[in-house]
Design a protein around this ligand. Structure first.
Ligand SMILES: C[S@@+](CC[C@H](N)C(=O)[O-])C[C@H]1O[C@@H](n2cnc3c(N)ncnc32)[C@H](O)[C@@H]1O
Length: 198
């Protein structure tokens, strides 16, 4: 079994706590630090499968507000929730964009979406850059004033330009590599707080 496939502390904890993936502890750390989600908010989760971030958000919403999640793949959540809507498809397709607009404006958009990786760092960081750039543009139209945005970014290219881009839209932008990110991973997260007025 490779190190990557061996269940580690976070994978075992996720299993014990009923989350479908260990990635939940990355969002937990972001939430502990920046308080991006609170009960009653309208939240959009982009790249939600298998569903740990969505489950974490639903717990924080405490039955109020609404969560909309999107992924190319299906979710692996056992329970249904009254304040939860899932769309399967490409978040950038016109069909999905039209559906999301019906729920907008959101108070918080979280994106753990990442491109399929090739192992070639230049290609992978380039693809991640384009994906995140599109999400930042999309968030401009879908986020409410004062809203928050979390994006996953692959490091190793021009990603500082993405942070500059976010600085134009948000009062504060922070970079954070949660402890639950695997040591060998070159992912990091950018958090935009308090979207300004257009
Ligand atoms: C790391 S996983 C997300 C894990 C999730 N946050 C969780 O905790 O369960 C990244 C997801 O992004 C999705 N994704 C990538 N590009 C996408 C796109 N254009 N539209 C929708 N989903 C996308 C992938 O299908 C994949 O399931």
């Amino acid at each position: 079994m490779s190190t990557r496939n061996k269940p580690d502390f976070y994978a075992l904890r996720a299993k014990r706590e009923g989350y479908p993936a260990r990635s939940v502890y990355k969002l937990e750390e972001i939430q502990q630090k920046y308080r991006i989600i609170s009960p009653g908010m309208k939240v959009l989760d982009i790249g939600a499968s298998p569903g740990s971030w969505s489950l974490f958000v639903l717990k924080r919403l405490k039955g109020a507000g609404h969560l909309v999640a999107v992924d190319l793949e299906s979710l692996q959540l056992k329970k249904s929730h009254r304040n939860f809507t899932f769309f399967q498809g490409d978040v950038f397709s016109q069909e999905i964009v039209n559906k999301l607009q019906q729920f907008a404006p959101f108070n918080c958009i979280i994106s753990d979406a990442a491109p399929g990786t090739t192992g070639n760092r230049t290609i992978d960081t380039g693809r991640s850059y384009s994906l995140v750039e599109e999400i930042i543009t999309m968030a401009k139209g879908l986020l409410a004033e004062g809203g928050n945005l979390v994006v996953k970014v692959f490091q190793g290219g021009d990603e500082s330009q993405l942070m500059d881009q976010m600085r134009r839209d948000f009062a504060m932008v922070k970079g954070l590599k949660p402890k639950a990110c695997r040591k060998e991973s070159f992912e990091t997260y950018y958090v935009g707080l308090q979207k300004g007025m257009e």
